[in-house]
Design a binder for this molecule. Sequence first.
Ligand code: ADP
Length: 448
Amino acid sequence: MFKKILIANRSEIALRIQRSCQEMGIATVAVHSTADNEAMAVRFADESVCIGPAQSADSYLSMRAIISAAKITNADAIHPGYGFLAENADFAEMVEAHGITFIGPEPKHIKNMGDKIAAKKIALKFGLPIVPGSGGAVENINDAKKIAEKIGYPILIKAAKGGGGRGMKIVNEKSQIEDNFSLCRQEALAAFGDDEVYIEKYLPSPRHIEVQVCGDGKGNAKHFWERDCSIQRRHQKVIEEAPSPVISEKQRIEICEKAKACSEKIAYRGAGTFEFLFQDGEFYFIEMNTRIQVEHPVSETICKIDLIAEQILIAANEKREWSDTPKKMGHAIELRINAEHPETFMPSPGKIENYHAPGGLGVRVDSAIYRGYVIPPFYDSMIAKLIVSAPNRQLCIARAMRALNEYAIEGIDTNIELHKKILAQEKFKNGKYDIHWLENSLMQAQQG
Ligand code: ADP
């Protein structure tokens, strides 16, 4: 087992990883930028190393600085968290080349799944249903037109290296395809350094449902059921829950078993997520994330498991049990609390003048903020995750509302009021919405 782990991340996920390490008796090293000198994960770590200035490019994304910090502190392993270097195959390779364990999948899996075209090919080969589309890169406008005619409009042009909900263009009819095709390529090149694009059928009204898996890298894997992440804004998740309120037990078992089987066939190592769109009773694979995800606590809650500990145990080659599927219990909902204006969504960094986190039965808050903490303007605006659990969905929603009412964050704007509005909607309570519902209902509310 590792004696010391360096956590190459910040904020709530750095603290989350640190908590598991502490419970497992593993020493921790926090790395941080100069903007994060006062961070909770830095204070609670056994050792900390400042790796650069506030800008992520020179600190949290600096592979050399992070590996040097691991060498200086004698860390046995590096946990990348999510974002930053978590899905950078070169980083994983570099870490291993320095004799340090990378807590995550093999570089080849990071690389293949990071390329959406390659990922879809793998998914198809190993039995996952995919969205009808080009099947590979689309080189020119004539090919794009032919494929669009074949699968039928509307279509989606997507950047092969895209991410974070960016690099996608919807084309509703033939007359729009030329402009959108070249625009998508230009934008893909500017944003992701690669102008390769592919085409998919655009699903007008899907849910986003994903399956959490873990594998040992030797052909054993298990799943931890699904999460429904259909409450989104600009393709970014706002609320996640488990189990999904819209699929049958039969559909659930089928898709989870398929994701598990695919993980086994590719001999996947560590934690990962297969993301699907779900519409009219059918699942369509869209991508795999080869890391721990923001919304992992939802699965931890219903499966009563520590997924970060699982990642660490797998990376350390410890014996795990692979034959059983975890029992799922009750319902869990995660609400992402962002430092942003609830209506304009403008980021709202600054000092937290007053802070009171909710508590009580079934309430978990994953956050690294506190009274007096100054949220720096340089990073993601998510400052806390409120995770609520209850025996069923109805009680879970009531508990989430109660917890939101207790939550006091003063001095900055947050989206707490937006969450209350969402939870109060009949459509949310009935589970009857698709991935566009939040944005459409927000727009209507603003216009009205
Ligand atoms: P990213 O890596 O940028 O998150 P994804 O391929 O996972 O990209 O897609 C992000 C979101 O875009 C999905 O959750 C969904 O909201 C939407 N989306 C992706 N593909 C389609 C599609 N074929 N039809 C409709 N919506 C889609």
